[in-house]
Design a protein around this ligand. Structure first.
Ligand code: ADP
Length: 343
Protein backbone atom coordinates (compact mmCIF):
# COMPACT_ATOMS: atom_id res chain seq x y z
CA UNK A 1 0.00 0.00 0.00
CA UNK A 2 2.72 2.46 1.06
CA UNK A 3 4.84 1.35 -1.89
CA UNK A 4 1.93 2.22 -4.15
CA UNK A 5 1.66 5.76 -2.83
CA UNK A 6 5.46 6.23 -2.78
CA UNK A 7 5.80 5.00 -6.33
CA UNK A 8 6.71 7.95 -8.52
CA UNK A 9 5.20 6.21 -11.51
CA UNK A 10 1.74 6.17 -9.97
CA UNK A 11 -0.04 8.81 -11.97
CA UNK A 12 -1.73 11.73 -10.22
CA UNK A 13 -4.83 10.99 -12.29
CA UNK A 14 -5.00 7.53 -10.78
CA UNK A 15 -4.75 8.99 -7.26
CA UNK A 16 -7.58 11.46 -8.03
CA UNK A 17 -9.62 8.52 -9.34
CA UNK A 18 -9.01 6.59 -6.13
CA UNK A 19 -10.07 9.61 -4.03
CA UNK A 20 -13.31 10.05 -6.02
CA UNK A 21 -14.05 6.33 -5.83
CA UNK A 22 -13.44 6.28 -2.04
CA UNK A 23 -15.73 9.27 -1.60
CA UNK A 24 -18.48 7.56 -3.59
CA UNK A 25 -18.08 4.33 -1.65
CA UNK A 26 -18.34 6.27 1.65
CA UNK A 27 -21.42 8.09 0.35
CA UNK A 28 -23.00 4.77 -0.64
CA UNK A 29 -22.17 3.27 2.75
CA UNK A 30 -23.73 6.27 4.51
CA UNK A 31 -26.94 5.93 2.45
CA UNK A 32 -26.97 2.19 3.16
CA UNK A 33 -26.51 2.84 6.90
CA UNK A 34 -29.36 5.36 6.96
CA UNK A 35 -31.63 2.86 5.17
CA UNK A 36 -30.52 0.06 7.53
CA UNK A 37 -31.09 2.23 10.60
CA UNK A 38 -34.64 3.02 9.38
CA UNK A 39 -35.40 -0.64 8.71
CA UNK A 40 -34.00 -1.69 12.11
CA UNK A 41 -35.84 1.14 13.88
CA UNK A 42 -39.10 0.03 12.31
CA UNK A 43 -38.72 -3.66 12.90
CA UNK A 44 -37.15 -3.49 16.44
CA UNK A 45 -39.33 -0.58 17.57
CA UNK A 46 -36.26 1.42 18.71
CA UNK A 47 -35.81 5.14 18.35
CA UNK A 48 -33.81 6.07 15.22
CA UNK A 49 -31.27 8.02 17.18
CA UNK A 50 -30.54 5.02 19.52
CA UNK A 51 -29.66 2.82 16.57
CA UNK A 52 -27.68 5.65 14.94
CA UNK A 53 -25.78 6.10 18.22
CA UNK A 54 -24.99 2.35 18.49
CA UNK A 55 -23.90 2.28 14.83
CA UNK A 56 -21.62 5.28 15.34
CA UNK A 57 -20.03 3.81 18.47
CA UNK A 58 -19.50 0.47 16.68
CA UNK A 59 -17.98 2.27 13.69
CA UNK A 60 -15.66 4.31 15.96
CA UNK A 61 -14.49 1.18 17.80
CA UNK A 62 -13.75 -0.68 14.55
CA UNK A 63 -12.00 2.36 13.04
CA UNK A 64 -9.85 3.08 16.09
CA UNK A 65 -8.88 -0.60 16.47
CA UNK A 66 -7.91 -0.82 12.79
CA UNK A 67 -5.94 2.44 12.99
CA UNK A 68 -4.13 1.31 16.14
CA UNK A 69 -3.15 -1.99 14.51
CA UNK A 70 -1.90 -0.24 11.35
CA UNK A 71 0.12 2.30 13.38
CA UNK A 72 1.53 -0.44 15.58
CA UNK A 73 2.76 -2.39 12.53
CA UNK A 74 4.21 0.77 10.95
CA UNK A 75 5.92 1.81 14.19
CA UNK A 76 7.51 -1.65 14.51
CA UNK A 77 8.83 -1.45 10.96
CA UNK A 78 10.14 2.09 11.47
CA UNK A 79 11.74 1.02 14.77
CA UNK A 80 13.79 -1.59 12.90
CA UNK A 81 15.15 1.18 10.70
CA UNK A 82 15.78 3.51 13.64
CA UNK A 83 17.67 0.74 15.49
CA UNK A 84 19.78 0.05 12.39
CA UNK A 85 20.59 3.73 11.87
CA UNK A 86 21.53 4.13 15.54
CA UNK A 87 24.01 1.26 15.20
CA UNK A 88 25.52 2.81 12.06
CA UNK A 89 25.72 6.21 13.76
CA UNK A 90 27.62 4.51 16.60
CA UNK A 91 30.13 3.16 14.04
CA UNK A 92 28.79 -0.40 13.82
CA UNK A 93 28.76 -1.04 10.06
CA UNK A 94 27.89 -4.73 10.51
CA UNK A 95 24.25 -3.66 11.01
CA UNK A 96 21.83 -5.36 8.64
CA UNK A 97 18.03 -5.45 8.67
CA UNK A 98 16.19 -8.73 8.18
CA UNK A 99 13.25 -8.45 5.89
CA UNK A 100 10.71 -10.70 4.28
CA UNK A 101 9.89 -10.54 0.62
CA UNK A 102 6.94 -8.35 -0.19
CA UNK A 103 7.30 -6.29 2.98
CA UNK A 104 6.15 -2.71 2.41
CA UNK A 105 9.45 -1.48 3.84
CA UNK A 106 11.48 -3.92 1.72
CA UNK A 107 12.95 -1.25 -0.53
CA UNK A 108 14.04 0.88 2.42
CA UNK A 109 15.61 -2.11 4.20
CA UNK A 110 17.34 -3.27 1.01
CA UNK A 111 18.86 0.18 0.50
CA UNK A 112 19.89 0.31 4.15
CA UNK A 113 21.71 -3.03 3.79
CA UNK A 114 23.36 -1.80 0.58
CA UNK A 115 24.51 1.33 2.40
CA UNK A 116 26.06 -0.60 5.31
CA UNK A 117 27.76 -3.02 2.88
CA UNK A 118 29.28 -0.03 1.09
CA UNK A 119 30.39 1.49 4.42
CA UNK A 120 31.98 -1.82 5.41
CA UNK A 121 33.98 -2.00 2.18
CA UNK A 122 35.16 1.61 2.52
CA UNK A 123 36.18 0.94 6.12
CA UNK A 124 38.12 -2.21 5.21
CA UNK A 125 39.81 -0.34 2.36
CA UNK A 126 40.81 2.42 4.76
CA UNK A 127 42.11 -0.05 7.38
CA UNK A 128 43.97 -1.96 4.67
CA UNK A 129 45.45 1.25 3.31
CA UNK A 130 46.56 2.49 6.72
CA UNK A 131 48.02 -0.90 7.68
CA UNK A 132 49.90 -1.47 4.42
CA UNK A 133 51.03 2.09 4.07
CA UNK A 134 52.54 2.19 7.55
CA UNK A 135 54.09 -1.27 7.06
CA UNK A 136 55.55 -0.69 3.61
CA UNK A 137 56.72 2.80 4.35
CA UNK A 138 58.83 1.85 7.36
CA UNK A 139 61.67 0.11 5.51
CA UNK A 140 62.67 2.96 3.19
CA UNK A 141 62.03 5.50 5.95
CA UNK A 142 64.34 3.70 8.45
CA UNK A 143 66.96 3.47 5.77
CA UNK A 144 66.75 7.20 4.99
CA UNK A 145 66.87 8.06 8.68
CA UNK A 146 69.81 5.73 9.35
CA UNK A 147 71.98 7.11 6.54
CA UNK A 148 70.99 10.71 7.29
CA UNK A 149 72.14 10.17 10.90
CA UNK A 150 75.46 8.74 9.71
CA UNK A 151 75.94 11.81 7.53
CA UNK A 152 75.11 14.09 10.46
CA UNK A 153 77.64 12.35 12.71
CA UNK A 154 80.30 13.29 10.19
CA UNK A 155 83.82 11.84 9.92
CA UNK A 156 83.03 10.13 6.59
CA UNK A 157 85.12 10.03 3.47
CA UNK A 158 83.84 11.87 0.44
CA UNK A 159 83.14 8.54 -1.25
CA UNK A 160 81.10 7.32 1.71
CA UNK A 161 79.13 10.56 1.81
CA UNK A 162 78.29 10.27 -1.88
CA UNK A 163 77.28 6.61 -1.40
CA UNK A 164 74.96 7.37 1.53
CA UNK A 165 73.42 10.33 -0.27
CA UNK A 166 72.74 8.11 -3.28
CA UNK A 167 71.02 5.57 -1.02
CA UNK A 168 68.88 8.31 0.52
CA UNK A 169 67.94 9.59 -2.92
CA UNK A 170 67.04 6.08 -4.17
CA UNK A 171 64.98 5.27 -1.07
CA UNK A 172 63.15 8.60 -1.29
CA UNK A 173 62.36 7.78 -4.93
CA UNK A 174 61.03 4.36 -3.87
CA UNK A 175 58.84 6.01 -1.27
CA UNK A 176 57.45 8.36 -3.90
CA UNK A 177 56.70 5.45 -6.24
CA UNK A 178 55.10 3.48 -3.43
CA UNK A 179 52.85 6.40 -2.52
CA UNK A 180 51.86 6.83 -6.18
CA UNK A 181 51.03 3.11 -6.54
CA UNK A 182 49.07 2.96 -3.28
CA UNK A 183 47.04 6.03 -4.21
CA UNK A 184 46.39 4.78 -7.72
CA UNK A 185 45.29 1.35 -6.49
CA UNK A 186 43.00 2.72 -3.80
CA UNK A 187 41.48 5.08 -6.37
CA UNK A 188 40.94 2.18 -8.78
CA UNK A 189 39.46 0.02 -6.04
CA UNK A 190 36.94 2.71 -5.22
CA UNK A 191 35.74 3.29 -8.74
CA UNK A 192 33.37 1.11 -10.73
CA UNK A 193 34.36 2.37 -14.19
CA UNK A 194 37.54 3.59 -15.86
CA UNK A 195 37.92 7.22 -16.90
CA UNK A 196 37.10 8.74 -20.24
CA UNK A 197 37.05 6.25 -23.12
CA UNK A 198 38.75 7.37 -26.30
CA UNK A 199 39.44 5.48 -29.54
CA UNK A 200 42.85 3.79 -29.21
CA UNK A 201 45.16 2.03 -31.62
CA UNK A 202 46.32 -0.68 -29.26
CA UNK A 203 49.32 -1.70 -31.40
CA UNK A 204 50.61 1.90 -31.45
CA UNK A 205 50.00 2.28 -27.69
CA UNK A 206 52.04 -0.84 -26.92
CA UNK A 207 54.82 0.19 -29.34
CA UNK A 208 55.05 3.57 -27.55
CA UNK A 209 55.48 1.80 -24.21
CA UNK A 210 58.21 -0.46 -25.60
CA UNK A 211 60.06 2.63 -26.91
CA UNK A 212 59.57 4.38 -23.59
CA UNK A 213 61.35 1.51 -21.82
CA UNK A 214 64.16 1.21 -24.37
CA UNK A 215 66.86 2.32 -21.95
CA UNK A 216 65.98 -0.56 -19.63
CA UNK A 217 65.78 -3.41 -22.14
CA UNK A 218 68.60 -2.13 -24.29
CA UNK A 219 70.79 -1.74 -21.20
CA UNK A 220 70.34 -5.46 -20.49
CA UNK A 221 70.82 -6.41 -24.16
CA UNK A 222 67.38 -7.93 -24.24
CA UNK A 223 65.89 -8.61 -27.64
CA UNK A 224 62.28 -7.49 -28.08
CA UNK A 225 60.26 -9.25 -30.77
CA UNK A 226 56.86 -7.83 -31.64
CA UNK A 227 53.96 -9.25 -33.59
CA UNK A 228 51.26 -6.61 -33.27
CA UNK A 229 48.16 -6.80 -35.42
CA UNK A 230 46.36 -3.47 -35.90
CA UNK A 231 43.59 -3.53 -33.27
CA UNK A 232 41.41 -0.58 -32.35
CA UNK A 233 39.32 -0.25 -29.23
CA UNK A 234 37.78 2.39 -27.03
CA UNK A 235 39.31 2.71 -23.60
CA UNK A 236 41.05 4.76 -20.95
CA UNK A 237 44.48 5.07 -22.63
CA UNK A 238 46.34 6.35 -19.56
CA UNK A 239 45.12 3.49 -17.36
CA UNK A 240 45.78 0.82 -19.99
CA UNK A 241 49.28 2.21 -20.40
CA UNK A 242 49.82 1.39 -16.71
CA UNK A 243 49.16 -2.24 -17.63
CA UNK A 244 51.58 -2.35 -20.59
CA UNK A 245 54.32 -0.51 -18.67
CA UNK A 246 53.96 -2.73 -15.60
CA UNK A 247 53.99 -5.97 -17.60
CA UNK A 248 56.90 -4.89 -19.82
CA UNK A 249 58.88 -3.56 -16.83
CA UNK A 250 58.40 -6.86 -15.01
CA UNK A 251 59.41 -8.84 -18.10
CA UNK A 252 62.59 -6.74 -18.39
CA UNK A 253 63.26 -6.85 -14.65
CA UNK A 254 62.94 -10.64 -14.33
CA UNK A 255 64.76 -11.52 -17.59
CA UNK A 256 68.56 -11.89 -17.41
CA UNK A 257 71.04 -10.11 -19.67
CA UNK A 258 70.81 -11.17 -23.30
CA UNK A 259 67.30 -12.64 -22.88
CA UNK A 260 64.30 -12.24 -25.13
CA UNK A 261 60.80 -10.78 -24.75
CA UNK A 262 58.01 -11.44 -27.24
CA UNK A 263 55.05 -9.07 -27.41
CA UNK A 264 52.00 -10.18 -29.37
CA UNK A 265 48.63 -8.59 -30.13
CA UNK A 266 45.77 -10.09 -32.07
CA UNK A 267 42.04 -9.97 -32.23
CA UNK A 268 40.17 -13.06 -31.04
CA UNK A 269 36.42 -12.71 -31.58
CA UNK A 270 35.26 -9.68 -29.62
CA UNK A 271 38.50 -9.41 -27.68
CA UNK A 272 41.92 -7.91 -28.19
CA UNK A 273 44.48 -10.33 -26.79
CA UNK A 274 47.89 -9.09 -25.71
CA UNK A 275 50.64 -11.58 -24.77
CA UNK A 276 53.91 -10.58 -23.15
CA UNK A 277 56.28 -13.52 -22.96
CA UNK A 278 59.71 -13.38 -21.39
CA UNK A 279 62.63 -15.78 -21.10
CA UNK A 280 63.24 -14.86 -17.46
CA UNK A 281 63.44 -16.72 -14.17
CA UNK A 282 59.77 -17.75 -14.15
CA UNK A 283 57.36 -18.00 -11.23
CA UNK A 284 57.07 -20.99 -8.89
CA UNK A 285 53.75 -22.87 -9.03
CA UNK A 286 52.97 -21.93 -5.40
CA UNK A 287 53.50 -18.22 -6.12
CA UNK A 288 51.56 -18.11 -9.37
CA UNK A 289 48.03 -17.91 -7.84
CA UNK A 290 49.14 -15.08 -5.54
CA UNK A 291 51.12 -12.69 -7.75
CA UNK A 292 48.08 -10.48 -8.45
CA UNK A 293 47.54 -9.90 -4.72
CA UNK A 294 48.50 -6.54 -3.27
CA UNK A 295 52.10 -6.42 -1.97
CA UNK A 296 52.78 -10.05 -2.90
CA UNK A 297 56.31 -10.66 -4.10
CA UNK A 298 57.81 -14.11 -4.57
CA UNK A 299 60.88 -14.95 -2.51
CA UNK A 300 62.91 -15.14 -5.71
CA UNK A 301 61.99 -11.50 -6.47
CA UNK A 302 63.54 -10.22 -3.25
CA UNK A 303 66.74 -9.15 -5.00
CA UNK A 304 64.86 -6.88 -7.39
CA UNK A 305 63.25 -3.46 -7.04
CA UNK A 306 59.50 -3.39 -6.54
CA UNK A 307 56.62 -3.05 -4.14
CA UNK A 308 54.29 -5.83 -5.24
CA UNK A 309 51.54 -3.47 -6.39
CA UNK A 310 52.12 -3.46 -10.15
CA UNK A 311 50.15 -6.62 -10.95
CA UNK A 312 47.36 -5.72 -8.53
CA UNK A 313 46.97 -2.45 -10.46
CA UNK A 314 47.01 -4.34 -13.78
CA UNK A 315 44.32 -6.73 -12.56
CA UNK A 316 42.06 -3.94 -11.36
CA UNK A 317 42.46 -1.91 -14.56
CA UNK A 318 41.67 -4.99 -16.68
CA UNK A 319 38.61 -5.80 -14.57
CA UNK A 320 37.32 -2.21 -14.82
CA UNK A 321 37.83 -2.34 -18.58
CA UNK A 322 35.67 -5.47 -18.71
CA UNK A 323 38.65 -7.69 -19.49
CA UNK A 324 40.94 -10.13 -17.77
CA UNK A 325 44.61 -10.83 -17.06
CA UNK A 326 46.29 -14.17 -16.42
CA UNK A 327 49.77 -15.64 -16.13
CA UNK A 328 51.46 -18.87 -17.07
CA UNK A 329 55.00 -19.67 -16.09
CA UNK A 330 57.69 -22.26 -15.82
CA UNK A 331 60.57 -21.76 -13.42
CA UNK A 332 63.84 -21.18 -15.27
CA UNK A 333 62.13 -20.85 -18.64
CA UNK A 334 60.02 -17.71 -18.43
CA UNK A 335 56.53 -16.32 -17.96
CA UNK A 336 53.69 -15.29 -20.24
CA UNK A 337 51.13 -12.68 -19.21
CA UNK A 338 47.92 -12.56 -21.25
CA UNK A 339 45.54 -9.62 -21.22
CA UNK A 340 42.20 -9.76 -22.99
CA UNK A 341 40.09 -6.64 -23.47
CA UNK A 342 36.68 -6.29 -25.10
CA UNK A 343 36.90 -4.50 -28.43
P1 ADP B 1 56.81 -6.03 -8.22
O1 ADP B 1 57.28 -6.32 -9.60
O2 ADP B 1 56.89 -4.62 -7.85
O3 ADP B 1 57.40 -6.94 -7.21
P2 ADP B 1 54.28 -6.92 -9.20
O4 ADP B 1 52.93 -6.82 -8.59
O5 ADP B 1 54.50 -6.31 -10.53
O6 ADP B 1 55.26 -6.33 -8.14
O7 ADP B 1 54.65 -8.45 -9.28
C1 ADP B 1 54.41 -9.30 -8.18
C2 ADP B 1 55.37 -10.46 -8.19
O8 ADP B 1 55.06 -11.32 -9.29
C3 ADP B 1 56.82 -10.10 -8.40
O9 ADP B 1 57.42 -9.69 -7.20
C4 ADP B 1 57.38 -11.40 -8.91
O10 ADP B 1 57.57 -12.29 -7.84
C5 ADP B 1 56.25 -11.92 -9.78
N1 ADP B 1 56.41 -11.57 -11.21
C6 ADP B 1 55.71 -10.64 -11.89
N2 ADP B 1 56.08 -10.61 -13.18
C7 ADP B 1 57.02 -11.53 -13.33
C8 ADP B 1 57.79 -11.99 -14.44
N3 ADP B 1 57.67 -11.48 -15.66
N4 ADP B 1 58.69 -12.99 -14.21
C9 ADP B 1 58.83 -13.53 -12.99
N5 ADP B 1 58.13 -13.14 -11.90
C10 ADP B 1 57.24 -12.16 -12.07
Amino acid sequence: MIDFFLNKKTSKLLLVGIAVLSFMVLLGMAALTVALVNVLANSLQFEVYTITYVALVGFAVVLSTATTIVFYIMAKKAQKLIDGLSRVAAGDYSAEIDYRRGDTFTRVYKNFNKMTAELRSVKSLRDDFVHNFSHEIKTPLFSIQGFANLLLEGGLTEEEERKFLTIISVEAGRLGQLADSILLLSKLENQQLLGERTPLKLDAEITDCIIMLEREWDGKHIEIETDLAPVKLEGDGAMLRQVWINLLSNAIKFTPEGGKIEVGLKREGDFAVVKIKDSGMGIAAEDLPRIFEKYYRSASASGTEGNGLGLAICKRVCALAGGDISAESEVGKGSTFTVSLPV
